[in-house]
Design a protein around this ligand. Structure first.
Ligand SMILES: C[S@@+](CC[C@H](N)C(=O)[O-])C[C@H]1O[C@@H](n2cnc3c(N)ncnc32)[C@H](O)[C@@H]1O
Length: 336
């Protein structure tokens, strides 16, 4: 049980009053599990949108919940900073996990997540064959790949892991540098396309695995490079994906995240299953630090002025801070 920070009586009372109602207590428990939109909370709790919004407003005002707006959507999450954060977590920690109401809410949350994941999976299944065209919505791919090569360098790598590998383009790019490379994706359709690409490229050191980015079917403490390229904006819990990615890193290994900088293209949500409209530098760096990694660098690749409203692509690099006991890179003979 975490020990609360102390609060002035007025703030403590405001927090307790905000939490002291059945729906709001349930909201707190749900928002401790996942970042959710109002419409998702409406589905889970079966109450009207104005009611849920009113409860959320009270929780936000008392500092127990954080809200962040992004385009037409607003996301809510239990507070992780400010005086109310410890109080909110203490209150949630005191709710019996086996309480029937909590269990039912948890089951409906799992249902909402499953429905969302299926919707994204349908999108990827439908777009697998022309995915490489969709990628051209942002700054030219050649520039992104050149920047990535620059970041990764030319030293030989032992093991590379590509999360949300899609059509396997990152593996095509990085596997030649590595002794072995593994790509994970939840979509069998995408993996079929990746398999064909990698065979065509003659890459024999690559393995593809179907799996969830939140529960990776890979070894821990193993990979000296993990890449998450254009995947996080589809996820409902990018911080969790980052923690899972960090577990796969060997001591001293690097995590490279490539995604969009914040933008306002709502159509990517409506037509392309995006959940998040890009990420700020600070947000991804916060996820990386929370996953126990040390920040190495950040870089933006902005579209040129004549490229209309193409999206800026950002690169974040972090490193596992543990000491390297078995120095890299490998010898050229091992790589060959
Ligand atoms: C936009 S594609 C990017 C593919 C590749 N990284 C690239 O840049 O070409 C996103 C990929 O993430 C995969 N994906 C989405 N959610 C996932 C999850 N929870 N677990 C594993 N893969 C996921 C999708 O199936 C899709 O292939």
């Amino acid at each position: 049980m975490p020990i609360s920070e102390t609060l002035p009586i007025g703030s403590l009372l405001a927090g307790l009053e905000a939490a002291g109602e059945a729906t709001r207590l349930r909201l707190l428990a749900l928002l401790a599990e996942a970042e959710l939109t109002v419409s998702e909370l409406v589905t889970i709790l079966g109450q009207s949108q104005p009611r849920i919004s009113r409860h959320l407003k009270l929780l936000v005002e008392a500092g127990l919940v954080q809200r962040h707006r992004e385009g037409a959507w607003a996301f809510f999450l239990i507070a992780d900073r400010g005086a109310g954060a410890a109080l909110a977590r203490d209150i949630v920690a005191r709710i019996d996990p086996a309480d029937p109401t909590r269990l039912a809410d948890h089951a409906r949350l799992a249902e909402v997540r499953r429905a969302r994941a299926e919707q994204a999976a349908r999108y990827f299944a439908a777009h697998a064959s022309h995915w490489d065209h969709i990628r051209s919505l942002h700054v030219p791919e050649e520039l992104v790949e050149a920047a990535l090569r620059d970041i990764v360098g030319h030293a030989a790598l032992h093991a590379v892991l590509d999360l949300g590998t899609g059509t396997g383009r990152m593996l095509e790019l990085l596997a030649p540098l590595a002794h072995r490379a593994v790509g994970v994706d939840q979509s069998p359709a995408m993996l079929n396309v990746a398999r064909a690409h990698l065979e065509h490229a003659g890459l024999r050191n690559v393995q593809l695995r179907q799996g969830d980015i939140y529960a990776l079917p890979v070894e821990r403490d193993t990979y000296d490079l993990v890449i998450i390229h254009q995947v996080l904006h589809y996820l409902d819990d990018p911080a969790r994906a980052m923690r899972e990615a960090a577990r796969a890193l060997r001591p001293g290994g690097r995590l490279v995240v490539v995604d969009f900088a914040p933008h306002g293209h709502e159509f990517l949500r409506e037509q392309h299953a995006h959940r998040r409209l890009g990420f700020s530098r600070e947000e991804i760096e916060g996820f990386m630090q929370d996953a126990g990694l040390a920040i190495v660098s950040h870089r933006d690749l902005a579209a040129t002025a004549d490229a209309g409203d193409m999206l800026t692509v950002s690169f974040w690099v972090a490193r596992d801070p543990r000491l390297i006991s078995d120095p890299l890179p490998l010898t050229a003979r091992e790589v060959a």
